[in-house]
Design a protein around this ligand. Structure first.
Ligand SMILES: [Zn+2]
Length: 684
């Protein structure tokens, strides 16, 4: 079957090569009637922690289950329609189309998202759509319409000539889609289509063969996943070639290419600062961490830590967003974090989450989980509207996007180009963009979230994220483990864990104490609680657990004022509000009588937790905790001069303010918004 399909797909390819490639792929995977693959895809030799598969976790009620349902019911089917409208599916069917060049990647991420949903639950609508797409791909693989059959024999010229291009970027996403689809259904058809393509690439390029680089990094992540799934080391070797071995920086043919921008084309371990295109840089870090987890190369590990510190100590927004230069979608210098002109692409937030998850697995350190949580609840979640129908491409921390500026824009306008040229005032979510990369990326992120909550290793079970859920899984020795977590986190501060099925011996429960809390207590079976004073760590409880054992965790969750390093010049004298993991903002829809940019907070913020009231409002923005209270606002309407040798009076008037979670802004129409709020002068 495999051979027949392959011959149909590449009729000009020498037969022996077909047999070698497919037989090799099959034999290495113990194929009898089919290919046997590692569907868990979770164990890496240098991982401190292992992922738990999506299907092992059932979400209970909470913010993420609401998003998961909306994603499955609304977002994923709607994006299928968008792909149809944009010609992406006609491209797949070999018909004339108007799809953009890299649209394969959009389709691939949609397949991945749909497959993750099916790993969690049965879903007839998504199952049927996915079935249609896979049928189309399989059919197209035979007629050459979609798969650029000639590229399976002869590589894309751009790849051969070392030009930047999206070929490997798309192929990487397609391979990840094929793996996710296989994990969801056991169906190998997508792997049967795309593995021969990567086999052909590996056959022609790499160490001792023709040189090659990844262009927009992504394929590195897929190659490590494919190695873990098939056990075939040639994919890991090729990932290592792309990440560490190829160096085109002194190649005469590529002297015009800015490899720094792509974060590619040179050894990963030679890059000592994180810079260039935000998504390229972070995807590259994901690939390199994946390689480290398989090989344990110390040079790569040390470089990962160097880059992580460079990012999180100078180049990451308080929302977890990354990318401060709209013009080239790039990471800026340290402390270059403009609010209104910030870029912070949704894809970069997703890449930041994915990378930190791998770093967590590599180290077992909670500092990485803190970044995951920060980004999930702010820089990522802002990218998707609450109704799951519209998306931000960029996620700035201040906006003047009022209705009069926005009404002329529609999804047919190139908002991205407009953002790059003007930088401000164009912040609107839309159902589709000309470059819709963030849309299916957000969908696959939400669909994969159940797999982020827990981890395991030989010591025990780890709780990374707090959300009502049930875990039904096993340790590496096969002993079963099931537990339930109930909580109203992130709005409330208590989490209850109940073990349902446990192994007979001792093991540890690791609970994360987030960095934002001032104190946490942990109580087992309602005994005297243990006070934990080291936020930003995992608290280990080792004992012989019994079924029905209970653990209650309580976090102090005050409203806190976040100060930025003074070198972030835009935020001097300003603070952001945070409660629990949620970063807040002020939005104009809640402040009709004053601009949000005129609002100031008291100089003394030591009692900010008393000055503002945290209140859960079930009917607002899908149910959020708001922060309401007294503040001040400049009354500058009487000032007419632009400059003056005498100070402006700057009259301050008392007002009531309402802060909402940053992720929820722009869900009530276009609005002005700011995260960083000035403090009043010291004598006020
Ligand atoms: Zn994107």
């Amino acid at each position: 079957m495999l051979i027949r399909m392959f011959i149909l797909r590449v009729p000009l390819l020498p037969f022996l090569f077909c047999v070698h490639s497919v037989a090799g792929y099959a034999a290495e995977n113990n194929a009898g009637s089919g290919i046997k693959l590692d569907v868990e895809n979770s164990l890496s030799p240098f991982a401190i922690l292992n992922d738990v598969p999506i299907r092992a976790v059932t979400l209970g009620e909470g913010i993420w289950s609401t998003r998961f349902r909306t994603n499955a019911k609304t977002s994923i089917p709607a994006f299928y329609e968008s792909l149809e409208k944009a010609g992406v599916l006609d491209k797949l069917r070999g018909r004339s189309n108007k799809a953009r060049g890299n649209s394969d990647a959009d389709l691939a991420k949609w397949i991945e998202a749909a497959s993750y949903v099916l790993q969690s639950q049965e879903n007839e609508t998504i199952g049927n759509l996915l079935h249609e797409v896979v049928n189309d791909i399989s059919a197209s693989a035979g007629n050459g319409g979609y798969l650029h059959t000639r590229y399976m024999i002869k590589m894309p010229p751009a790849l051969d000539k070392l030009r930047p291009g999206g070929y490997l970027y798309c192929l990487g996403h397609l391979l990840q889609a094929a793996i996710a689809y296989h994990q969801a259904t056991g169906d190998n058809r997508l792997l049967d289509v795309f593995v021969p393509y990567i086999d052909n690439v590996v056959e022609q390029f790499g160490s001792g063969k023709k040189p090659c680089w990844s262009g927009h990094p992504e394929i590195e992540i897929a190659l490590v996943e494919l190695y873990k799934t098939t056990g075939n080391k040639k994919y890991l070797d090729f990932a290592r070639y792309l990440l560490e071995e190829v160096d085109l920086t002194d190649n005469a043919k590529t002297s015009d290419i800015n490899f720094d921008h792509y974060f590619s084309g040179a050894p990963f371990s030679s890059r000592k600062t994180i810079s260039g295109h935000a998504v390229c840089a972070l995807y590259r870090c994901c690939g390199a961490t994946g390689l480290y987890l398989e090989t344990g190369e110390d040079k790569i590990y040390r470089n990962l830590l160097t880059l992580w510190h460079d990012l999180t100590e100078g180049k990451m927004y308080v929302t977890g967003g990354v990318g401060s230069r709209p013009a080239d979608e790039a990471i800026g210098d340290s402390y270059e974090l403009p609010n209104e002109r910030g870029y912070a692409e949704t894809c970069a937030a997703i890449a930041n989450i994915m990378w930190n998850r791998q770093m967590l697995n590599a180290t077992g350190k909670a500092c990485f989980t803190d970044v995951i949580e920060r980004t999930l609840y702010s820089g990522f979640l802002s990218g998707v509207s609450i109704d799951g129908r519209t998306y931000f491409y960029w996620n700035p921390l201040a906006s003047r996007s009022n209705a009069s500026k926005l009404r002329k824009f529609s999804e047919d306008d190139n908002l991205i180009a407009a953002k790059k040229s003007t930088g401000i005032g164009l912040d609107v979510r839309l159902p589709y963009y000309q470059t819709p990369c963030c849309i299916p990326n957000a969908q696959r992120m939400i669909a994969s979230l159940p797999g982020y909550i827990y981890g395991t290793n030989s010591q025990g079970v780890w709780i990374h994220l707090y959300h009502s859920s049930r875990l039904d899984w096993h340790f590496q020795d096969g002993t079963k483990l099931s537990l339930s977590q109930s909580t109203k986190y992130p709005w409330q501060n208590t989490v209850n864990i109940v073990f349902d099925e446990v192994p007979s011996g001792k093991f540890s429960l690791f609970v994360r104490i987030p960095h934002w809390t001032t104190k946490a207590t942990v109580a087992v079976n309602e005994q005297s609680p243990c006070i934990v004073n080291n936020p930003g760590s995992y608290h280990q409880i080792r004992r012989r657990w019994q079924a029905n054992d209970r653990v209650e965790i309580t976090f102090d969750m005050p409203i806190r004022a976040v100060h930025a390093n003074p070198q972030v010049r835009q935020n001097r004298g300003r603070v952001a509000l945070q409660r629990g993991p949620i970063v807040y903002c002020l939005e104009s829809v809640d402040h009709q009588d004053t601009s949000v940019f005129d609002i100031v907070l008291p100089f003394d913020l030591s009692d900010i937790d008393d000055a503002l009231e945290a209140r859960f409002e079930p009917d607002l923005l899908g149910g959020v905790v708001t922060l309401r209270g007294a503040a001040l606002a400049y009354d500058s309407s009487s000032e007419k001069k632009l400059y003056s040798f005498a100070p402006f009076s700057g009259n301050l008037k008392p007002i009531k303010i309402t802060a909402i979670p940053y992720f929820a802004w722009a869900n009530r129409g276009p609005s002005e918004m700011t995260v960083w709020i000035p403090q009043a002068p010291k004598n006020r």
